[in-house]
Write a protein that binds this ligand. Structure first.
Ligand code: IFM
Length: 460
């Protein structure tokens, strides 16, 4: 199996998860600053005030990317470094920072893939309800314009929104992420405004002819737990909840009726936050689709049980002893292959960039000072192979960004889950390339998957 010569091999991070330096260069507070400060919100009580210290150590991070031979890097621009008060004043020191960063990537031959909203909305926008309020759409457009004015002449790939479903679910329905809201109606509104903001941002970005724009969706193949018709119906319904609710309007089909009915039943009210014309303002504004893939969902039919469980389905997880990451996710590369083929067939042959894929493996340095994360090597091998199979079946995949370049701040789970190709010692900030990083470097160098995990050679 060999990949096209111009295939983008890269790695991904986001600003809040790696940068630290939260009070530097005029940055304003974000919703995650406020959320992480609440007792019990983040496992281990950690916050992101230092994280990987990448706001200061970014030249070292770019050296790492270059040494790994990666051709692309997906990063995000911290919204509250650019618009500290959420509206109005633009902070030039923030723009200057990202301009230096992008120019250095380009000097090193690394293609920048820029994410605008990776969850760190300015806290000031909570006065209007954050994403649950419609004013968020205009605020996002202001942010997009400011960043585009400075960088659209040299950044080719733009991601408007990262994982709208997770923002709606964890941020506004379950309260497990910032801003910690627990309200189904607010969560539907938030998801809708995130999509509307994608539309508004895409309209701005598409006025720059060389730019390609898309959202990054975390997509979860939903499979029935048993051959029963009821479980098959639950799997399809759950697909409406996590996948089609976002895919269909983005591709000009409007919100799917089946899921709209589930929401209206659960809320006992029409979805009047979706106004006439909104679906048109979301539709057909993507040059590519960013796909974040981690695992699949195994689904069974269930009785709705009130606000905590308002829908007639539940996740039961896979039966038996399946391979799992250290956070319990099933490792399911075949579902990844099938997802990419499905997107190609059902969504107009859309070009895809795999904007995230990875897993939690807690390996740390052993006596030889190295990190032998053999399970991440296997995950990489199996998912890259699955992606190659999907491409052989016709899927138009243009790039693969492993999540993540670095171990980093994993939101409400703090620093325990390690996703990196590169280990970070959080006390000293020292970066050490893991065996998986070397293995991935070999994939990127050759455009093929080595038959066996890593011909390991000393690095650097
Ligand atoms: O760390 C996150 C990232 O910010 C969004 N996608 C999933 C990753 C792993 O949980």
């Amino acid at each position: 199996m060999s990949f096209p010569a111009d295939f983008l091999w890269g790695a991904a991070t986001s600003a809040f998860q790696i940068e630290g330096s939260l009070d530097v260069d005029g940055r304003g507070p974000s919703v995650w600053d406020a959320f992480a400060a609440q007792p019990g919100a983040v496992e281990g009580g950690g916050d992101a005030s230092r994280a990987c210290d990448s706001y200061r150590r970014w030249p070292e991070d770019i050296d790492l990317i270059a040494d790994l031979g990666l051709g692309a890097y997906r990063f995000s621009v911290a919204w509250s470094r650019i618009v500290p008060e959420g509206r109005g004043r633009i902070e030039m020191r923030g723009l200057d920072h990202y301009e230096r960063f992008v120019d250095t990537l380009l000097d090193r031959g690394i293609v920048p893939i820029l994410t605008l909203n990776h969850w760190d909305m300015p806290q000031a926008l909570m006065a209007d309800g954050g994403w649950a309020g419609r004013a968020s759409v205009d605020a996002f457009a202001e942010f997009t314009s400011a960043v585009a004015d400075r960088l659209a002449d040299r950044v080719p790939w733009w991601i408007t929104q990262n994982e709208p479903w997770i923002i709606a679910l964890l941020g506004y329905r379950l309260g497990l992420h910032a801003p910690g809201v627990r309200d189904l109606r607010a969560s539907v509104a938030a998801g809708h405004h995130v999509l509307l903001a994608h539309g508004a941002g895409a309209d701005i970005l598409r006025s720059y002819p060389q730019v390609k724009v898309g959202p990054a969706l975390n997509l979860l193949p939903c499979v029935p737990a048993t051959p029963d018709d009821a479980d098959a119906a639950a799997a399809w319904a759950s697909d409406g909840y996590c996948n089609r609710w976002f895919l269909d309007p983005l591709f000009g089909r409007g919100y799917p009726d089946d899921m709209r009915e589930h929401y209206e039943r659960a809320l006992g009210a029409p979805l009047d936050m979706i106004r006439p014309g909104d679906e048109d303002a979301i539709a057909d504004r993507l040059d590519f689709l960013g796909v974040n893939y981690y695992t699949r969902r195994v689904m069974a039919a269930a009785e709705p049980e009130g606000p905590q469980q308002p829908f007639p389905w539940r996740v039961v997880g896979p039966a038996g002893d399946v391979p799992r990451t250290d956070d319990g996710n099933e490792i399911a590369p075949a579902a990844f292959r099938d997802l990419l083929i499905r997107l190609h067939r059902e969504y107009d042959g859309i070009p895809v960039i795999v904007t995230e894929n990875g897993g939690v493996f807690g390996d740390t340095p052993t006596h030889d000072g190295r990190i032998h994360d053999v399970r991440r090597v296997a995950l990489l091998r199996d998912h890259v192979t699955a992606m190659g199979e999907a491409m052989a079946a016709g899927a138009d995949v243009r790039g693969y960004m492993h999540w993540s370049l670095l171990d980093n701040f994993e939101w409400a789970l703090g620093y325990r889950p390690r996703f990196g190709l590169v280990h970070v010692d959080y006390t000293t900030g020292t970066r050490t390339v893991k065996d998986s990083g070397r293995f991935y470097a070999e994939i990127a160098r050759t455009g093929t998957v080595p038959p066996d995990p890593a011909p390991i050679t000393p690095f650097g």
